[in-house]
Design a binder for this molecule. Structure first.
Ligand SMILES: [Zn+2]
Length: 323
């Protein structure tokens, strides 16, 4: 699981932030669903761990039957194979709004743990609670402060990318927010602010850091110069994600680097285990601005909103039209 509740403070914690929490001392954690609350154990959170941090349940202890979280995971599995119905979606807390964590005037984050950068998640319960004849009104909004679960919903539910997502006051369907970087500029038509994604190189030399920025060169480029007998094939005008270091906290920057490494590491592990699927790649997803004149291949990251996944991206499936 990638989130849990801190038993002592009641705060929602994303597993990704465990690496920083670890430095200050871990707490006790439980499932975020009030009807479940099983104990969860933080795992893979030490700096030496190469894999993504996560929460696991104690051996032999399952989530309660009504646990919204495990139900959500079951729904994501279904969503991969078929279109989820309106009724199913109604009960499913998928993200409908991305909103960065609020900062106070001092520029520091209004969050006692000081980890609130993008780890906090505010969930309006979507669970239907039937108590006698009373059924709680369903609040369909789920506001997230990280793009992580937005990306997961996009990846896992190719049949339901017509649900709406709100970012910076703009509402549009998931499929219009996401834009894959893969085609030359003239065909790709990269415009405005989007959730862009593209493939990562496996080698670290494609990430160049200076005192001001971190630049990630993608596998995608305008074209390739064919290899010759004396020279390997070479990228011509590769697309680059530019991260302005002054615009984000140190924590966020190191989290971005870990994200990239997890996806690359996942791919390496798959290769090592001979579990290779040509359709799976290490992808970077980020909320960013499309290139502007003068720097036609450079995408600008907004608010440090970046995650990476080793995954297969299924094409968006159309709706079955009723006769
Ligand atoms: Zn649970």
């Amino acid at each position: 699981m990638n989130e849990a509740r801190d038993v002592k403070t009641g705060e929602l914690i994303e597993a990704e932030s465990l690496k920083y929490i670890y430095e200050e001392g871990l707490s006790e954690y439980e499932c975020i669903d009030d009807s479940c609350k099983i104990k969860l154990i933080p795992s893979s959170y030490k700096p030496s761990n190469k894999n993504r941090p996560y929460f696991k349940s104690t051996k032999g202890v399952g989530h309660s039957d009504t646990c919204m979280f495990s139900e959500y995971l079951r729904m994501l599995e279904k969503g991969r194979k078929r279109e989820l119905t309106a009724v199913e979606l109604e009960d499913m807390p998928f993200p409908t709004k991305f909103e960065k964590a609020k900062k106070n005037e001092g520029g520091t984050i209004t969050n006692t743990s000081d980890l609130g950068d993008d780890e906090q998640l505010s969930v309006s319960s979507t669970r239907r609670m039937a108590s006698g004849e009373f059924v709680e009104t369903i609040n369909k909004s789920k506001v997230v402060a990280s793009i992580s679960s937005i990306v997961d919903f996009y990846i896992k539910c190719p049949f339901n990318r017509d649900v709406e997502l709100e970012i910076e006051g703009k509402k549009q369907e998931y499929k219009y927010w996401f834009k894959r970087i893969e085609k030359p500029l003239s065909i790709g038509k990269y415009n405005g602010k989007k959730l862009f994604f593209g493939r990562l190189h496996m080698s670290e030399k494609n990430m160049v850091e200076t005192s001001e920025k971190l630049e990630i060169t993608l596998y995608e480029c305008e074209n390739w110069e064919r290899k010759t007998r004396i020279r390997p094939s070479k990228q011509v005008n590769p697309f680059v994600v530019v991260i302005d270091k002054a615009a984000i906290s140190k924590n966020k920057l190191s989290r971005i680097k870990s994200e990239l490494n997890y996806a690359i590491e996942d791919k390496k592990i798959a290769f090592k285990n001979k579990d290779v699927d040509k359709k799976r790649h290490a992808f970077v997803f980020f909320y960013g601005e499309a290139p502007v004149k003068g720097t036609p291949y450079k995408f600008k990251l907004i608010d440090g909103a970046l995650v990476a996944r080793y995954a297969q991206i299924y094409p968006t499936e159309g709706k079955k039209t009723a006769m």
